[in-house]
Design a protein around this ligand. Sequence first.
Ligand code: GLU
Length: 287
Amino acid sequence: MPHYIGRFAPTPTGPLHFGSLVAALASYLDAKSHNGTWLLRIEDLDPPREDKAASTLIPKQLLKHGLKWDGDIEFQSHHGTRYERYLAQLKEQGLLFPCGCSRKTLAAHQGLHHGNCHSALDKPHAWRLVTPDEKWQFNDAVYGDNSQELAQVGDQVLKRKDGLYAYQLAVVVDDYESGINHVVRGLDLLDNTPRQLYLMQCLGIKAPHYLHIPLITNESGQKLSKQNQAQALDLHSVADNLLAALRFLRQTTPPMNMQQDTASILNWATQHWQVSKIPALKDGLIL
Ligand code: GLU
């Protein structure tokens, strides 16, 4: 068995809320229960959507909960040269094409793009990946077998018209460059997995193992997020936050005398981590 390398990869749109703590905790426990390495990568690819303070606040929130990552924090905003290298490889393989199509023209096709539009290079353009109409399958440790027709996704944008790199490119490249072989993340990204696997195949990258966890939602069924005013984690109740996150994941919680400090809770939870107990809910768990 190769050494387990996992990660937590938050987008710094705001401070961590309870839903993000559950994802961080699940990826931490899965890594540590395999004597693995747990990395932290800040996915700061899209400055207009980000909250400047969040990139420094998130690591502090994790540390307060005893969730200490291994090695240095990585920032996607520092990886432009790396992404260009992979884009160049895809261009050389004839898998990337410039696209000047507007949102308006694509609206007639449900926003999807199919086939090289041969747009001019001297006009503003995105770079899209030629994507075949094929069905992609993968196995998830919680949600089992999943498949998706890539035609439902169309030719994905890997670099946007405004020059920003797309999440799909950055996540595949950075996971590979960090040696990540286990991806633990929220269910909202399950349907992004087939297109990421296809991109990995184009780049000759070996796929990691996947474990998606159910989402925490508010009462109207929306994923907790900054957009729907999810509360930042209360740092006065870190032990209780961890215990609540364990309950959401249907893990057993430590006995009372081990519930006071984060180190004892995490230690106990690592030893008792059971993926089979995580409920494969499609609708999310209401907070
Ligand atoms: N940055 C993504 C998020 O915060 C997670 C990406 C991933 O885990 O692949 O939702």
